[in-house]
Design a protein around this ligand. Structure first.
Ligand code: MSP
Length: 511
């Protein structure tokens, strides 16, 4: 069975910012790690183009929703490339094939009695594209997220019988304690379900930007139903002529931030059960990137432009920083200063210098040949079980923990250089054997941490592996991440500077 990972599809009402990059990067780290394990991975991302958020933004800009979508969707696609995410398909919900798929599923739900006509009366936030209960409002009539005053709406709509899935959902949660990761998000979703589910409106009469309801063209399908189904429809046309559904359905891990937990942890599995499709295996819910304690978001204007960071520091530095700085699953503050610090102290110094020093010593003392020797026993012991620990971390979707486990060994190697002082050994011909052992251990340790760092910093690792004389992509398989106590010799090559000094400090967005 294939391994199917997804990001949310992003609204095209604004340009991408670092928050979107974060989800896409985290998903890519998971996808790359799983490919290192030999899994067949399908990685989906894309843009959510229908609905009120996009229609309203277009109106504000004096353009049409389609034009806005055509302008911004490529920017998100470009971001995927710039963060070096290995997405297998980029879906746009305005794709004709997606729209057909949505109509098919929704018609099926209607035919099987899961959808009925009714009247919606209550609060609706067009910016969230979400119906609000009284308890979710602030000051009685304002959206807690966008702070805008909402109007009460009354509209004839079609409803999805979500209430019928109260028990099946409770059973799902009981049977699958890891359905939602981390645990506190699982608890949050389950308690929402236990409060009692009411049916949800699944169409809008007052909107034209969307997929028409097949049996009543005066209405369009509610954007969230349209959007959620992207994960399913994409498989039907991403690879014409191939049956991806049988290989990849259901999704293995769906990644997103906590803002859209309810849709994915409650409505989505109910919708799939109603359509008699299997529900995803796990949802991975991360927190928010914060800037000065506030969620980074376009509406608050406190966004960092990922393209700018990448232009200055490179993609891998950004990937590393986000996964290292923000514990996946919790909110975390990011800042230009924090980025600079980690860039200089961890990437350039701890990893970059370790690599360049080690290779320089092999070049200088052993004429560019990694000696074929026996690595030191304590170093061997320190690497013991590392690859398995990392594997377990990824199984638990603890990407932060995996990176930290590897980084401990990067630091260990730095200490090893200090302790062994190869430059001193090199002065004493009687220590030649020990020097062989130290240099061979360093090269081997560097190789192992690099294989494990590959999902986080793919380009950097590829360059380092080439310099270590192991350019073959087979070398990146996870099974190669075992420390070989007596590695055979290798000729090293020149290593370009991995993390060059960047003079211009990252401009703060306020500046
Ligand atoms: N279109 C819907 C999702 C439909 S999925 C079937 C949507 N789009 S969105 O453009 O608002 O994207 C929300 C997602 O973007 C979050 O769930 C998260 O993945 C990412 N993020 C946006 N801002 C973010 C932060 N400040 N921090 C972390 N993630 C951020 O909702």
């Amino acid at each position: 069975m294939g391994y199917y990972v997804t990001t949310p599809i992003y609204y095209v009402n604004a340009e991408p910012h670092l928050g979107h990059a974060y989800t896409t990067i985290a998903t890519d780290v998971l996808a790359r790690h799983m490919r290192q394990r030999g899994e067949e991975v399908f990685f989906l991302t894309g843009t959510d183009e229908h609905g009120e958020p996009v229609a309203q933004a277009a109106e504000r800009l004096g353009t049409t929703p389609r034009e806005l979508a055509d302008l911004n969707s490529p920017r998100f696609r470009n971001l995927v490339a710039r963060v070096n995410a290995t997405a297998d398909f980029f879906i746009r919900t305005s794709d004709a094939e997606h729209e057909d798929g949505v109509r098919r599923v929704v018609q099926g739900l209607y035919d099987s009695g899961h959808i009925y006509a009714g009247t919606y009366e209550g609060w609706y936030c067009p910016r969230c594209a979400d119906f609000k209960t009284e308890g979710e409002l602030i000051d009685g009539n304002r959206c807690a997220i966008h702070k805008i005053v909402l109007v009460r709406e009354k509209e004839d709509n079609y409803f999805f019988r979500l209430s019928a899935f109260q028990e099946p959902l409770e059973r799902l949660y009981a049977e699958r304690p890891a359905f939602v990761v981390p645990q506190h998000r699982y608890n949050e979703a389950l308690s929402f379900i236990r409060q009692g589910l009411t049916d949800v409106s699944m169409s809008r009469a007052s909107l034209t930007w969307g997929v028409p309801v097949p049996w009543d063209e005066r209405q369009v399908i509610y954007v969230w139903i349209d959007a959620l189904l992207n994960y399913y429809t994409a498989l039907s046309y991403a690879r014409p002529g191939q049956d991806l559904e049988s290989r990849f359905w259901p999704p293995t891990v769906q990644v997103m931030a906590k803002d859209i937990l309810k849709f994915h942890a409650v409505i989505w599995p109910a919708l799939l059960m109603a359509a008699e499709l299997e529900v995803p295996e796990r949802l991975l819910i991360h927190g928010y990137l914060l800037m000065d304690e506030e969620k980074m978001s376009k509406s608050l204007g406190n966004v960092i432009d990922p393209f700018q960071v990448i232009d200055m520091y490179g993609t891998d530095a950004l990937r590393y920083y986000l996964l290292r700085e923000v514990t996946l699953g919790q909110d975390g503050s990011v800042s230009p200063e924090g980025f600079e610090t980690r860039y200089a102290s961890e990437l350039a110094n701890e990893y970059g210098n370790l690599a360049s020093r080690s290779l320089a010593m092999i070049a200088k003392y052993r004429d560019g040949e990694v000696p074929s020797a026996e690595a030191g026993a304590e170093l061997i012991a320190d690497f013991d079980g590392l690859a398995d620990r990392v594997r377990e971390r990824f199984d638990a979707l603890d990407l932060t923990g995996a990176l930290d486990d590897v980084w401990q060994l990067v630091r260990r190697l730095n200490r090893y250089v200090q302790e062994q002082a190869p430059w001193a050994l090199a002065k004493d011909p009687a220590e030649a054997k020990r020097l062989d052992s130290v240099l061979c251990g360093l090269a081997e340790g560097l190789r192992v941490v690099s294989v494990l760092l590959y999902p986080f910093m793919p380009d950097t690792v590829a360059r380092l592996m080439a310099a270590l004389g192991r350019p073959d992509s087979n070398e990146l398989a996870l099974e190669r991440a075992r420390f070989d106590p007596t590695p055979s010799g290798h000729t090293i090559a020149e290593l370009p500077q991995l993390f060059p000094r960047v003079e211009r400090p990252l401009a703060s967005p306020a500046a």
